[in-house]
Write a protein that binds this ligand. Structure first.
Ligand code: AMP
Ligand code: MG
Length: 404
């Protein structure tokens, strides 16, 4: 097939996003929500700050008294954080106030302790102190108002979002279920790391790389299997994986070899092929389909560089789409050196991200010796996606970066 008939990586990603099905919604406790995607919106429970909040330890007073020339303020009480508000009855006095406390009634500013002298229960404020209304006060409702929309559906929950959920008084939230993923290695030649190995066999390494990349992105419900290049064994095991998983990520067996049974077996199991092959190198033979129950099914090429690239370029965005998160544009980084692309295919180039004095952050090309050479990925940070060759891209060319 002419490469120009194949989808580009961006087109393939769009096809995936169009076809994947949403995961179910579940309510989970706040402490378990890091990395989850919200399936509800969240509004402010109260104004934030909920009261005029003292931001420095010091004395609260009425700035008008200071403006009228008063410099000595008898201390009438102490307002600690968590106490109901006191009230300054005598406007010529002051109240000792702590960071996080409510600004006492009758006061409008706080003079920090560093700017004061205390003399037998009297606070002395010197002339150079810039006393004015709201000095060292974080006023009620400045950050948001009660009922304001703070988090929209589809937001992925990181540290700031979790703080906002807690501040909204939500001990639980509705999020999309974490996908149940199975990584299925295929190949008669593959041997697990803990098994004896013959000279003509190969260690099964892809599953560990893929699981690691998923785990680093917060996906923990990941099972593993290894299937021989035998169509009937594949059929029965994949049927059972389809029954118990939302996402199947196969590696190997999707090319044109006589034992590459994966596409045919999947079709026979009722998985609808959406595309087979993308105009890219490495990873051109990638296969994508949707199972009879809406399962997301990827057949990634077995070569280790290809399978890892394809996981990051397609599987991770698919998982995000299934969780209801809107697409996020990848980080873009300039190439740190010229790079010649030969094939008429989009090119996934491993790079090391470095700091260059002239260009700032740059992606230094670290090509491998082909898609089987995963050793050369050591020390790299990810890959950049470059447009099809043949062409020479200059240093400074901006490209999307997909980190490992
Ligand atoms: P395939 O896509 O099945 O033709 O495999 C392409 C190459 O990748 C072959 O050299 C395989 O031995 C190798 N390979 C396939 N799966 C794995 C795996 N899980 N771990 C390491 N290498 C693999
Ligand atoms: Mg194979």
């Amino acid at each position: 097939m002419d490469p120009s008939d194949l989808p580009t990586p961006a087109e393939a990603e769009a096809l995936i996003r169009e076809r994947v099905q949403s995961l179910p919604v579940e309510s989970r406790p706040l402490a378990s929500l890091a990395g989850a995607v919200l399936a509800q919106s969240v509004r402010a429970e109260r104004d934030q700050p909920p009261f005029d909040r003292v931001t420095m330890d010091g004395i609260a007073l009425a700035s008008a008294a200071w403006r009228q020339g008063r410099r000595r303020f008898p201390v009438a009480g102490t307002q600690a954080a968590g106490m109901p508000p006191l009230r300054l009855d005598d406007p010529e006095g002051c109240i000792e106030a702590m960071t996080g406390a409510v600004l006492p009634g009758g006061c409008d500013c706080v003079v920090p302790v560093e700017r004061l002298e205390l003399d037998d229960g009297v606070a002395i404020v010197d002339d150079t102190t810039p006393v004015e209304p709201f000095w060292n006060v974080h006023t009620r409702g400045l950050d948001c108002r009660e009922g304001d929309l703070l988090l929209a559906k589809g937001t992925r929950l990181g540290a700031p979002e979790l703080a906002v959920l807690a501040s909204a008084g939500l001990p639980r939230a509705d999020v999309r279920a974490e996908p149940r993923i199975v990584i299925v290695a295929t190949g008669d030649e593959l041997v697990a790391p803990d098994e004896p190995i013959e000279p003509w066999q190969v260690r099964r390494s892809n599953s560990y790389a893929l699981r690691g990349a998923l785990s680093l992105r917060g996906y923990q419900r990941v099972a593993e299997d290894h299937l021989p290049d035998d169509a009937s064994v594949m059929t029965s095991r994949l049927a059972s994986h389809l029954a118990t998983h939302d996402v199947i990520v196969l590696t190997g067996g999707v090319s044109m070899g006589r034992f590459d049974h994966v596409p045919r077996v999947l079709r026979e199991l009722g998985v609808t092929e959406i595309f087979h092959k993308v105009a890219q190198r490495p990873g051109k033979p990638i296969w994508f389909g949707i199972g009879p129950g809406g399962q997301t099914v990827f057949g990634l090429p077995g070569n280790p560089v290809s399978s890892l690239n394809c996981l990051l370029r397609y599987v991770v965005p698919a998982l995000s789409a299934m969780q209801g998160a809107p697409p996020r544009s990848p980080e873009h980084v300039p190439l740190g050196a010229n790079f010649r692309i030969k094939p008429a295919l989009w090119y996934f180039l491993p790079v090391q991200v470095e700091h260059s004095p002239s260009l700032g952050l740059v992606a230094m090309p670290k090509p491998t010796r082909g898609s089987g050479d995963f050793i050369s990925l050591l020390g790299t940070d990810g890959f950049v996606e470059l447009p099809p060759g043949p062409r020479e891209l200059p240093a400074g060319h901006f490209a999307p970066l997909y980190r490992w």
